[in-house]
Write a protein that binds this ligand. Structure first.
Ligand code: ADP
Ligand code: MG
Length: 396
């Protein structure tokens, strides 16, 4: 078992050797592409879930499917790093147009659309940092009203896509980062293309509250998108994710060893990959046994603490970290905000609501219901109690 042949891929957005448990999603998307290409109506897709469940790598796979069907795709784009979402959209639009112009000899039409991208980007406050060799269009996508302009822009893309007899796909990751106004503009734009039957689709992914955020931005977002929640893998899928990559290289896992790993990783893809990686590195011969699992358990825990949990924890300020520890001290999620405030040692809730809001903003916690809180990272409570217990924070 050569280390360099290790097939496992723990890490955000790292394409796994086997995409387990997603066949239904891939088929569903294939159907969407076919129907939109044929000029029929189809809702765009929103995927939500905790960190490490495989949202990003699923989007990457949809990108491949779209390309195979001859569609142009933005590639997976993470939003929220730019102060204005229009910068990201202008970039995505330019990319889609360039991709569509190449095989289809529709340069003139694409240039006209690029002039719309330019008009769109000029009115965005931050301006757009890339060069477009066309003059800005006038009267389209240049009103300065993000809702109107994005709608113009996406329809422009849709018209070009229609001329290619294929389609255009926007893949938007970490979509919960967008504020309500940006989400509303996206709803309006995709409502407009679907009303006109243009072959444009959006697949968005984000933390579990993305659906609620979309619906509070535009109530009809409810019907505009098809929502899917990604969670832990089913037993069969988790087993395949763990066993199949090794088996493909002639390495077996003893049944008991497999069961131990499945149990400890609770079906979360990130944890399965981490275990797989360390087992492969540790074991000398096939089959991998329970004593191998025992031997790597601590390495796996340490590695997750550093790379998966720790990176999130470090995003929080000292006071926010104390708030996280207070949550975890209450046992298993979800937590009532009042109880968290008490555990934190706050005199009243208002005193700590700033911390709560900042942690939600940073995507570390979320509110499954009003007055309830949960972590966005699976099994985070356990990690916190183990590594950062509330008692370690002293008096508040
Ligand atoms: N369906 C899957 N089967 C096996 N491994 C997966 C699957 N989905 C994701 N992974 C692995 O899980 C980890 C997290 O995936 P990622 O897409 O970054 O999650 P998210 O975007 O939801 O945080 C990566 O190491 C990836 O290789
Ligand atoms: Mg991701």
């Amino acid at each position: 078992m050569q280390k360099r042949e290790n097939p496992y891929t723990p890490g955000a957005g790292r394409k796994p050797p086997m995409l387990a448990g997603r066949d239904g999603d891939l088929e569903n998307f294939q159907g969407l592409i076919e129907r939109l290409t044929a000029g029929r109506y189809e809702r765009s897709l929103i995927y939500s879930g905790l960190r490490g469940v495989g949202k990003t790598v699923l989007l990457m796979e949809l990108d491949v499917l779209a390309s195979e069907a001859g569609w142009a795709s933005t590639d997976v784009q993470e939003v929220g790093s730019q102060p204005d979402f229009r910068v990201t959209f202008a970039r995505m639009a330019a990319r889609l147009l360039r991709e569509m112009s190449r095989p289809h000899r529709i340069k003139e039409r694409v240039d006209r659309a690029l002039s719309v991208v330019k008009a769109f980007s000029i009115v965005a406050p931050a301006g757009v940092q890339f060069k477009l060799d066309v003059d800005a269009a006038s009267g389209v996508a240049d009103s300065g009203d993000p809702e109107q302009d994005l709608s113009d822009l996406v329809q422009e893309i849709g018209e070009v896509a229609q001329a290619t007899s294929a389609g255009a796909l926007f893949l938007i990751d970490e979509m919960h980062n967008l504020d309500s106004a940006s989400l509303a503009a996206i709803c309006i734009a995709f409502q407009a293309v679907s009303r006109r039957g243009l072959p444009v689709a959006l697949v968005g992914a984000g933390l579990p509250d993305l659906q609620v955020r979309l619906m509070s931005a535009k109530p009809y977002a409810d019907r505009l998108f098809e929502y899917h929640e990604l969670g832990r893998l089913s037993d069969a899928a988790a087993r395949a994710a763990l066993i199949q990559p090794a088996a493909a290289r002639g390495v077996e896992l003893e049944e008991q060893a497999a069961q131990a790993v499945l149990h400890e990783s609770a079906g979360y893809p990130y944890f399965l990959q981490e275990y797989g990686l360390e087992l492969w590195n540790h074991a000398e011969t096939s089959p991998i046994t329970t004593s191998d699992v025992d031997a790597v358990r601590e390495i796996v825990t340490d590695s997750l603490a550093r790379n998966f949990f720790g990176t999130r924890f470090q995003l929080a300020t000292d006071a926010e970290q104390r708030y996280l520890a207070a949550m975890a001290s209450l046992g298993e999620p979800p937590y009532a905000t009042g109880e968290v405030a008490r555990a934190y040692g706050a005199r009243d809730q208002r005193g700590v609501s700033i911390l709560r809001d900042a942690l939600i903003q940073k995507g570390i916690i979320w509110a499954p219901r009003r007055g309830r809180l949960d972590f966005t990272v699976p099994l985070f409570a356990e990690y916190l109690r183990e590594n950062h217990p509330l008692s370690a924070f002293g008096e508040s």
